[in-house]
Design a protein around this ligand. Structure first.
Ligand code: FBP
Length: 547
């Protein structure tokens, strides 16, 4: 592989570790835990892994551990820093016992069941240190949720001699990891399962998991791009840029990028839902900002749109839930249909009159996109729904109506963008490089200490890395019951943007000013070398949450 000069220089970067992980470590057990909600149901479904204590890693006496064999899986969407979780895990198990071995299951969770794996040696690991991407072993979205898959996975682990599996994934993948841990424990399989919190979406977090890895780097990449676009907009003064940002359901990415770049508009899906806003109200809000700026002769601006917006507009949320259930119930029939129009007709006939009216009122391409395949967890693939184009069309129509009433005097030219894949494999920021390495290293200690059903956790992350607190959080602690594929299932609760928390409050206190004036910030590219206040800063979200 030909390497860039930056990649070569980054190979030499030694990720920072919490002080407690430098040398011999001991585990301190804290309080017993319970799930965030639905305690009785979750306890019944996880009799062997429910209620475990929180674990904290502290400096301890030197201890001899037997060699361990660990299998690692990258699951779901790529997120910057995945390679560092693996290198931290590798270095951790080697520090525990130099005969330990690490195996990578290929192409995501299916590698475990299909017995596709490679041994990860130091030569391979060294090639990938501090690099972006998941290409060291690949990723995939196969769900692990059938007993046959667990048994097959176990047989494959036994054949290799693997004692523990580390699943690096988001909320759905870690839910699967938790179910797998419970099953293996219930049959005394002798294979532990540890999760690691990954996702650029930032929605796998709670009091013990301060942030999911990749969020920091991805937001910095998108903010750089938004800043560049804002500078272009402010130079040419002729376009409104509608920018959809990844993040699936949660608007954390949009909110963080708004805090970093100060756009004229940023829609927060969670607020739209709380205020029970209609699509027309969202459109009117944007059109009014466009009109107010046009009145000052400023026919340009930026609008940030969270990827999952459409699912938070109350009427559309009900529609999507109904579409999910109807599509799950008629999967075979729909699969046979060739044209989108045929699918629309079939589904419309099954919806109530009210929902059918809402569905057919949407632009045709949005109707088709809403009927596209679900992801393996039954979710609409919001990255494929062109909300940004839909909003441009609707704002344009609204402005024309306002012009006819003399309420708008400007000229509306719009460009659409979607930022998602651009940031998911970026070279990890120093924060993500350090955080991920620490998460992987922590996982190695949890395994050596015989733990299962835990997620690797690193806290106190707004402080310098040597003050970070490493430990393990029982995954059942994060669970509640939710409807999936038409059935109630135990799943990790998604952390959406909380309107009472500091990041949203800060945004809400500034947005009217940002709407009217051109107060853009241009963050520029991620810096890897230089002063710590430039290179090691965390996200604004973390800063405000932990302040
Ligand atoms: P994960 O939750 O698996 O980390 O994926 C995040 C994400 O990047 C979302 O922001 C986006 O909606 C989705 O993946 C896109 O999925 P795909 O890579 O399958 O197109």
């Amino acid at each position: 592989m030909t390497k860039s000069a930056l990649q070569i220089a980054r190979e030499a970067y030694q990720p920072k570790l919490p002080e407690s992980l430098k040398g011999s470590v001991k585990i301190v057990e804290g309080e017993k835990t319970q799930s965030v909600a639905d305690q009785t149901e979750i306890a019944a479904k996880f009799p062997n892994t429910y209620g475990l204590p929180i674990l904290t890693l502290e400096k301890g006496d030197k201890k001899a551990y037997p060699a361990i064999k660990v299998g690692v899986i990258l699951s779901g969407g790529q997120a910057p820093g995945g390679h560092n979780v693996i290198s931290g895990l590798f270095d951790g198990i080697k520090a525990i016992n130099s005969d330990s071995k690490l195996y990578g299951f290929l192409g995501g969770p299916s590698g475990l069941t299909d017995n596709e794996y490679v041994e990860l040696t130091s030569d391979t690991i060294n090639e990938y240190r501090n690099t972006g991407g998941f290409d060291i072993i690949g990723s995939g979205r196969t769900k692990l949720e059938e007993k046959e898959q667990y048994d097959q996975g176990l047989a494959n682990c036994k054949a290799i001699g693997i004692n523990a599996i580390v699943i690096i994934g988001g909320d759905d993948s870690n839910t699967n990891a938790c179910v797998l841990a419970e099953y293996y424990k219930s049959i005394n399989a002798g294979v532990q399962v540890i999760g690691c919190p990954k996702t650029i979406d930032g929605d796998l977090k709670n009091e013990m998991i301060e942030t999911s890895f990749g969020f920091d780097t991805a937001c910095k990449v998108y903010s750089e791009l938004i800043g560049n676009i804002q500078r272009d907009a402010n130079s040419a003064k002729k376009y409104w840029h509608f920018i959809k940002l990844m993040g699936r359901s949660a608007s954390h990415i949009g909110l963080e990028c708004a805090l970093q770049t100060q756009p004229n508009v940023c829609i927060i899906s969670e607020e739209v839902e709380q205020k029970q806003q209609t699509l027309d109200e969202v459109v009117t809000y944007i059109a009014n900002v466009v009109a107010a700026r046009a009145a000052k002769g400023e026919n340009f601006g930026t609008v940030l749109i969270p990827e999952g917006l459409i699912e938070f507009i109350p009427s559309l949320k009900v529609l999507i839930a109904e579409l999910n259930d109807t599509m799950a119930a008629n999967e075979a029939a729909i699969e046979k249909m060739d044209s989108d129009e045929e699918k629309v007709e079939f589904i419309v006939a099954k919806l109530s009159a009210e929902l059918a009216a809402i569905f057919t009122s949407l632009p045709k391409n949005i109707q088709y996109q809403l009927l596209a395949d679900r992801d393996p967890h039954g979710n609409v693939q919001v990255s494929k729904i062109e909300t940004e184009k839909m909003l441009i069309e609707m704002v344009d129509a609204k402005l024309k109506a306002m012009k006819a009433q003399g309420k708008y005097v400007g000229k509306f030219g719009a460009q659409n963008h979607f930022f998602g894949y651009e940031g998911r494999c970026a070279a990890p920021s120093n924060f993500d490089a350090d955080y991920c390495y620490s998460l992987g290293y922590t996982a190695s200690v949890l395994i050596a200490e015989g733990k299962t059903g835990y997620m690797s956790s690193v806290r106190n992350t707004t402080k310098p890395a040597d003050q970070w607190i490493a430990g393990g959080v029982p995954t059942t602690m994060m669970m509640n019951m939710e409807k999936r594929h038409g059935h109630m299932k135990p799943v990790i609760q998604k952390a959406l943007v909380k309107l009472n928390d500091a990041p949203f409050k800060k945004f809400a206190s500034m947005r009217d000013e940002w709407a009217k004036t051109t107060s853009y910030v241009y963050p520029g590219p991620i810096q890897y070398f230089g002063p710590t206040e430039v290179c090691d800063q965390t996200t604004k979200t973390l800063e405000l949450e932990q302040a």
